[in-house]
Design a protein around this ligand. Structure first.
Ligand SMILES: [Zn+2]
Length: 261
């Protein structure tokens, strides 16, 4: 009797173990499906254009050609107000006669030559969080004309959804700056595309080491005037970037405190 009892108990145990394995397997399968769906929804699609460029697009730019007609910014030697503190937001247009220093990246985007080194270093370091792929700059410098196109497209999109002209403009301006008021016209702000959302978490924690800031955090929208954009990074130099990161402030707050506006 005793032996039989133990035997059936063991059988019951085995059955229970099998059931647990089965449930565990199902749970793992569901989790994997959710994870895969989650990742495919994570990439920014609001304004950052999705350009499937090869991952080596950025590393291929060894020596970007300096475009003719570019000169050093007059502000470059001004230690109080270096070029990288130029504030452009919806209340501050790009300064008149702003001079550009552009180099072209392999993917065709152009950036200020002075951020070429720190940007390359940051993107190479970011590979560890991006499935070992080099993140891609999908939008660097924009001409006023290009900014106008993007703005018009966004307004038209809201118009098609049935919003009035004024409402469509207000809504578009949450995402696309009015021409003349975009940081992209400075040449040292970039939109970065990654293979996985982890890239953006990595950038938020590490970009300051290279002098870049997460320019539009969601909790600063009222001050920056722009909705959260995880892909948009802007150069401010390592010192300012470190302070902005450590204190969790935005560029507008930093510049006001340091009286650099
Ligand atoms: Zn941007």
């Amino acid at each position: 009797m005793k032996g039989r009892f133990i035997q059936s108990n063991n059988r019951r145990m085995r059955r229970r173990t099998r059931r647990l394995w089965y449930l565990g397997g199902m749970a793992f399968f569901l989790f994997s499906v959710i994870a895969v769906i989650g990742i495919s929804y994570d990439t920014p699609s609001k304004t950052a254009p999705q350009i499937p460029a090869p991952p080596e697009a950025f590393s291929a730019i060894d020596s970007g050609e300096i475009l003719p007609g570019t000169q050093k910014n007059a502000n470059m030697t001004d230690t109080e107000n270096p070029w990288y503190f130029t504030l452009v937001n919806k209340w501050n247009p790009i300064p008149e006669n702003y001079e550009l220093n552009l180099v072209e990246l392999a993917g065709g985007e152009r950036i200020d030559q002075r951020i070429y080194e720190p940007l390359s270093q940051m993107l190479e370091a970011a590979m560890e969080s991006n499935w070992n792929q080099l993140p891609i700059v999908v939008s660097g410098y924009r001409t006023k004309e290009r900014q106008q196109e993007l703005y018009d497209e966004k307004v038209a999109q809201y118009r098609r959804q049935g919003y009035s002209e004024n409402r469509a403009k207000t809504m578009a301006e949450q995402w696309v700056a009015v021409p003349g008021y975009s940081e992209h016209q400075l040449g040292f702000a970039v939109d970065i595309n990654g293979a996985t959302y982890d890239l953006y978490l990595w950038l938020q924690e590490n970009s300051y080491k290279y002098g870049f800031i997460f320019r539009y955090p969601g909790n600063k929208t009222e001050i920056t005037g722009t909705a959260e954009e995880v892909w948009h990074y802007r150069y401010v130099g390592v010192e300012a970037a470190s302070e902005i990161y450590e204190r969790g402030i935005c560029l507008e707050e930093y510049l006001e405190e340091h009286d650099r506006e």
